[in-house]
Write a protein that binds this ligand. Sequence first.
Ligand SMILES: *[C@@H]1O[C@H](CO)[C@@H](O)[C@H](O)[C@H]1NC(C)=O
Length: 306
Amino acid sequence: MDKDRKTVILCLLLSAICSPVVSEDWKATVVKRLDALVTSCVVVPCSFSHPKEKLPASRLRGIWHRKSQWNQLIYASDDTTVLDSFKDRTQMLGNLGQDNCTLEITDVKNHDNGAFCFRIELARTETDKATKDKFSFVEDCVELDMLSEPAKPSLVHSPTATEGRPYVVTCTVTHTCPSHVPKFTWSRSNTDRPTEVHRLIHNGLWEAQSILTFIPQAMDDHSELTCTAVFNGQKTTSATLKLFLKRAENYNHIIIPVAVGIGTAVIFGVLCIFMVKKYKKRIIELQNQEGSMWHRLSRMSRRNRS
Ligand SMILES: *[C@@H]1O[C@H](CO)[C@@H](O)[C@H](O)[C@H]1NC(C)=O
C-alpha cells in the first residue's frame, strides 16, 4: 500500500533523526540560563565527560571565556591571562578531577550577563603551561539574567494564631549563590532560634528558608512580624505580616450564665417552699378559727331557741 510505505519511510526518517548520536566526543553540561543578583555571587553548575581513558587531573586546565571571543578569559588557573574586569572575581568551585567545572563569580556586576563558556585543556606535563590538546564546548554556555534587586521573601504561616499555642512562620527566598547563602533576621527576638533549610530547586536555583516558631501572648495581637533576608553583597529584602490573635478557648461565656440561672432557680425554689409552709400554717389556723367560730355561733343559736 502506498500510504503504508509512506508511513514506514517517515518512521525510519524520524528514528534516524531522534536516535541518540553515539559519540566519543567531550561533552560539557552547563546550565543554560541563570539569574544573578548584582553585588552578590552566582554559582554556575557545570560538569563534563570525556572519552574512555581517565585523564590525570593534574594535567587538566579548566578555562571559562566569553562566548564571543575565545581569548577573552573570565577564569583561568593562570590568572594573568584573565580579563582585568574579572580578575579576583572568578573561582573554579568544581573539582576537574571529578569532572566538575562549576564556576563561581563574586561581586556580580551589571555587565556580567555573558554568555560564558567552559573549555578544557590537557597540559603536556603537570608543570607545563603550554597545552597538547584543546577541547572546547562552545555549544554549552551560560547566559546570566541580571537582577538589580532581590525579590520579596514569601511568608507562609499557621492558619490561626492562638494565644499560648505555638505559631510557625516560614520565610522563603530563592537565590543562585549557594557558596554565600542569604542571612535571615526576624523582628522578634524573644523566640527560639529559627530553623534554616537550604535546598536546590533545579539547575543552579536554590531556595533558602528560615522557619520561626514562637508562642504568641495576648499583647502580640495586631503586632507586626518582619522577616529580612540579607544577600551576599548586602542587598536586602523583607516581608511583613500582621498578627491577629485568637483568644485561648474558654467556656466562661457559657458557664457564668448557666451558674447564674441555676442559682436563681434554687433561691426561687427555696423561697416558694418557705412561703407554702408559712401559708399552710395560716390556712390551717384560719380553718381552725373558722371551725371554732361556727361552733360558737351554733351554740349561741341553740341557746336562743331554748
Ligand atoms: C560540583 O562542585 C560543586 C561545588 O563544590 C558542588 O556543589 C556540586 O555538587 C558538584 N557537582 C557534582 C555533580 O558533583
